[in-house]
Design a protein around this ligand. Sequence first.
Ligand SMILES: Cc1cc2nc3c(=O)[nH]c(=O)nc-3n(C[C@H](O)[C@H](O)[C@H](O)COP(=O)(O)OP(=O)(O)OC[C@H]3O[C@@H](n4cnc5c(N)ncnc54)[C@H](O)[C@@H]3O)c2cc1C
Length: 402
Amino acid sequence: MRKRVLIVGGGPAGMAAALAASKKGADVTLLERRPKPGKKLLATGNGRCNLANRGKLVYFGDGAFAGNVLSVCPPEDVMRQFEAWGLPLYTDPEGRVYPAVQQASSVLSVLTERMKQQGVRLVPNADVTDAVYTRKEYVLTVADGQTYTGDRLILAAGGLAGGGLGNRPQDYALATGLGHHLTPLFAGLAPIELEIGRYKRLSGLRVPAYVTLVCNQHTAAVTAGEVLFTDYGISGICVMQLARKVQTLIGQGRKLEIALDFTPIFYPETRAYSGAVERKPDMYQRTLELLQARQREYRNHYLTGLIPDALAAVCPSGGLEETASFLTSLRLRVSGVRPMQQAQITCGGIDTAEVDPLTMASRLRQGLYFAGEMLNVDGDCGGYNLQFAFASGLIAGKNAAE
Ligand SMILES: Cc1cc2nc3c(=O)[nH]c(=O)nc-3n(C[C@H](O)[C@H](O)[C@H](O)COP(=O)(O)OP(=O)(O)OC[C@H]3O[C@@H](n4cnc5c(N)ncnc54)[C@H](O)[C@@H]3O)c2cc1C
């Protein structure tokens, strides 16, 4: 008999699930709280939608669970699926996968067009407030009082990250009301707050840098890339990648610092924007020699043209040693991580021990499935989160329809 599949959430995970389930012949109803599906998807990758990554898998929360999901539906399968839906893709030199037209709207158009073709019933403005299982079927109640029934239910309600783009704490109650548990929720891929003091003047400045997270005088993590100064601290992809670790260490009561090394500004060959980042050990000495040489030639103007004027304006006024030290290791105290509204991903979520990664089925309740950010899985920057949302959605949809 044709299965009636209900899906809560018209994000990437819910739409992928709807397409996989309808392809298997299910009668699919997708309920979305907002007037249109895919609002967060449109904001991804700065509007370009970095939808997958061909590199090594980088997942946290339950990374092993994510690995199992992606062994059932690997990144190549997600990409093949998009090409089959009519969306040509492009992979950048770092392995990040985008639609060839570089527009998130093209991804959403392809998904919504396919859903129409495959007969998915999309119900917009449907804020699902309750989910119950009657031993016979699932019954969803929407804020306007309407109810929807189905044999199978897929929860793909996303996470709290992204401010107005995310879901709300009560949306997790759809899962906990059915017996599932939540791990603690906190912001991932978020800017970092620093005791910025006089460096507030740098707000708006973008510079390439190595960013080292220092805990008790030891290196806890190093990233590299473009750093954006703000009036509360720093942002940029390489900074946001440290947010998870910062929150974990702060939670353990550790005192943290960020050390910034600006030398990639004038040694472009040291710029490393992905993969393992290794700072060259001799940068202080190299920089000091560079400054000495420039001072001999340009006297007091040795920094002019070498580093941005805004950075030169906050350089210490002492000798060359002090300047070299500032440029290779500016240390600032970490005061926290920006709130969930400014994060790109929610760390924590539905406890993955209660979900089978091979089918995305609940281990607690028959006929219930999960997909996407709602689960305790978060990926690094670079397409990993959408990749997980699409892969888990495709698996959940296929299995829910069977
Ligand atoms: C600014 C920004 C940029 C990002 N860029 C990238 C990127 O380039 N690459 C990448 O991999 N990841 C990126 N991410 C992360 C990525 O967008 C998410 O991980 C992904 O969207 C998760 O998909 P999802 O379907 O699980 O959840 P969502 O996209 O959040 O979708 C969930 C949907 O469920 C709906 N919903 C929630 N509760 C209910 C309810 N009770 N009733 C009905 N509907 C409900 C919501 O309205 C929403 O439409 C970015 C995130 C942000 C905020």
